[in-house]
Design a protein around this ligand. Structure first.
Ligand code: CP3
Length: 349
């Protein structure tokens, strides 16, 4: 084993298990439509994926929230759905309607997906990571990311967003061997994608499993924990020293099994996770990240202050990164984000 140098950036120190007097802070979806400067760039791009695949634009929108708020981490601007797009299942984003894909629901459709040319199609994303590596401030860490295989598979099988996941669950429960082939393909593609992000400059990885909470425990073990464990193992083996944050949103009490079973260095807590429980059961093993209700950031004022203070009081004795419990909402007033960052930074030892 090669000895890893100790990190100096506060975000990476927290991920390495240090408890810091002022926790590092970044916010999921910190780049996005709540910022007027984002909407300006977005209006130049034909579709949302053009924005993700144009390094000039993707680099610029990644930097926008850093300029305003000086977050401790930047997250690559892209989307979890570039993976199916690059596997040959084109993704369209219709204005106000979310993503649309032609569903993949049987062996023949799954077999038509291909890793040939996968990394080539994602070259613009890797180019963005390279540019960000030199463009961000020296004290800011760069996060690469992907969706987790289960969440990405739900979009691929449903053909878009879903409430009940009827088609994805029908495949997972009814034809597990076929669903396993899709998950295996996603593990392979996503693993290569994340390792290549690291090779271009990503210093930490977050794996978004937004729909983890939709599965009962046996299916959670098979379709959430096991694929994520394989991704973490690949990163730990091939690029040792790069920390991984898992986000099994909605997992409830299964957060504990997720932490024990996947080998992640940190977990991002959704808004509903009780903090005393997380501090007692999870923080001894991993760094906690989270979990302010994004609606409090829309609300602002003293409700926001109280929400921030409650989380800091509960979590800051151990390794902790301040974040939301889910992404920033479009109606968030930018001034409220400044108020949040001031509040988090005000608290000391
Ligand atoms: O956090 C960041 O600032 C980095 C960029 C990022 C985006 N999406 C940009 C985006 C990240 C990390 C994501 C992750 C993502 N994408 C997830 C997991 C996290 C979560 O929110 O649960 C999921 C499920 C997606 C899939 C996705 N992308 C959907 C369902 C939508 C449409 C809904 C919406 O908000 O419009 C997107 C589009 C998207 N991804 C936008 C942004 C800024 C908005 C598109 C636009 O500007 O037109």
């Amino acid at each position: 084993m090669t000895q890893q140098p100790s990190p100096t950036k506060s975000f990476l120190r927290a991920l390495a298990g240090e408890s810091l007097p002022t926790p590092p802070c970044w916010l999921m979806r910190q780049a996005g439509r709540y910022l007027p400067e984002y909407r300006e760039i977005r209006s130049k791009a034909k579709g949302f994926l053009d924005l993700c695949y144009t390094p000039d634009w993707a680099t610029e929108v990644t930097l926008q929230p850093l300029r305003r708020y000086g977050f401790d981490a930047a997250i690559l601007f892209s989307d979890i759905l570039v993976v199916p797009d690059a596997l040959g299942q084109p993704v369209r984003f219709q204005e106000g309607e979310g993503p649309a894909l032609t569903p993949v629901r049987d062996d023949r459709q799954i077999a038509a997906l291909t890793l040939d040319g996968f990394q080539d199609r994602l070259r613009p994303v890797f180019e963005t990571v390279s540019r960000l590596k030199t463009a961000i401030p020296t004290e800011t860490a760069l996060i690469g990311f992907s969706g987790a295989p289960w969440t990405v598979a739900t979009y691929m099988v449903e053909g878009g967003g879903s409430k009940e996941f009827l088609a994805a669950k029908a495949l997972a429960y009814g034809q597990p061997a076929s669903f396993q082939r899709l998950i295996d393909l996603l593990v392979e593609a996503t693993g290569d994608y994340l390792v290549t992000q690291i090779d271009h400059g990503a210093e930490a990885i977050q794996i978004f499993d937004s729909w983890a909470g939709a599965l009962p425990e046996d299916a959670f073990d098979r379709w959430v924990i096991e694929p994520t464990r394989r991704l973490v193992e690949k990163i730990k083996t091939e690029r040792p020293g790069i920390p991984v944050i898992g986000f099994p949103r909605g997992a409830g009490a299964l957060y504990k099994r997720f932490v024990e079973g996947t080998g992640v260095d940190a977990v991002s807590l959704d808004t509903s996770v009780p903090l005393d429980w997380a501090v007692a059961e999870l923080q001894p093993r991993v760094t906690l990240q989270g979990n302010l209700d994004p609606v409090l950031l829309v609300t602002g004022g003293e409700a926001l202050d109280r929400g921030v203070d409650r989380i800091l009081a509960a979590c800051r004795q151990g390794p902790f990164i301040f974040n939301l419990g889910h992404g920033i909402l479009q109606t968030t007033p930018p001034d409220n984000v400044a108020r949040l960052v001031d509040r988090v930074r005000r608290v000391r030892g």
